[in-house]
Design a protein around this ligand. Structure first.
Ligand SMILES: [Zn+2]
Length: 211
C-alpha cells in the first residue's frame, strides 16, 4: 500500500462522545455517490468505498442521537462546462438520474438531500454552487435547512476531502457554524500528492476541528 490517499483509517476509535451528536448538531454527508465511492464509478476516490461504510455508521449514530442528517448530491447535466469534455476540469460524473449520481447503497435512507451542480454550475460546496459563466453563486438551500433545525454545529464527512468536503467546510466556517471534519470518514482525490493532508491543515487553521 502506498500513497496517503489509500490509508483510510478504520472509524474504530471515534466514539459518539467525540462527535457529540444531538439537537443543534447536524451531520453533513458530502457526495457519497457511486461515481465517487464505488470502484466502478467514473471518478472513484481511492478509499471511497470504505468511507461509505464509515459514513453509514455515523449516519445511524447521528440520527439515533437526534441530529439532523443531510446528504449532498452532486447532480450535473450531461453537458456542462464542469466536465473536461466541455472545457472543465473533471471527467463526466454524477449525471442527474444516472447510477453514478445515486447515493451509495450502503447508506441508510437520507432524511434530507440537497443537490448541487445543476445547469452550468460547478457544485463544489454543499451550500452553494458557482455558475461557471457568470460566477454567481446559487444557494442550495442547505443553509436554510440548518437554520430551520436550529443547527449551530456541523460534522462534515464524505467525498472528496480536498474538493467538496473542503469547500463545504470553508462555507460552514464562513457562516459561523462550529465545524468538525472527521478525517477517518473522508478521502482525498490527491491530484497533487499530499493535497488531503494539506486540506486538513488548512481547515484546522481556518477554525475547523479535525477529529
Ligand atoms: Zn461535480
Amino acid at each position: 500500500m502506498s500513497g496517503s490517499q489509500q490509508e483510510v483509517p478504520e472509524v474504530v476509535g471515534i466514539s459518539d462522545a467525540d462527535l457529540r451528536f444531538g439537537a443543534g448538531t447536524a451531520l453533513v454527508v458530502v457526495d457519497v455517490q457511486n461515481d465517487f465511492a464505488d470502484p466502478a464509478g467514473s471518478l472513484f476516490v481511492s478509499g471511497g468505498d470504505r468511507v461509505a461504510a464509515a459514513v453509514a455508521g455515523l449516519m445511524r449514530s447521528a440520527a439515533a442521537d437526534g441530529s439532523l442528517v443531510v446528504c449532498t448530491q452532486d447532480w450535473h447535466p450531461a453537458v456542462t462546462p464542469h466536465f473536461e469534455e466541455f472545457g472543465g476540469r473533471w471527467p463526466a460524473h454524477c449525471v442527474a438520474g444516472s447510477w453514478g449520481a445515486e447515493l451509495h447503497p450502503s447508506l441508510p435512507p437520507a432524511e434530507s438531500v440537497v443537490r448541487k451542480g445543476e445547469g452550468e454550475r460547478d457544485g463544489y460546496s454543499g451550500f452553494g454552487a458557482r455558475d461557471l459563466g457568470s460566477g454567481e453563486v446559487e444557494p442550495t438551500g442547505l443553509r436554510e435547512l440548518l437554520e430551520r433545525a436550529g443547527v449551530t454545529r456541523v460534522v462534515i464527512v464524505g467525498l472528496a476531502l480536498d474538493v467538496c468536503v473542503r469547500a463545504t467546510a470553508i462555507d460552514a466556517l464562513a457562516l459561523g457554524l462550529k465545524t468538525v471534519v472527521v478525517s477517518a470518514a473522508t478521502a482525498a482525490v490527491d491530484l497533487q500528492p499530499g493535497e488531503g493532508a494539506r486540506t486538513l491543515a488548512e481547515l484546522r487553521e481556518a477554525g475547523a476541528e479535525v477529529v
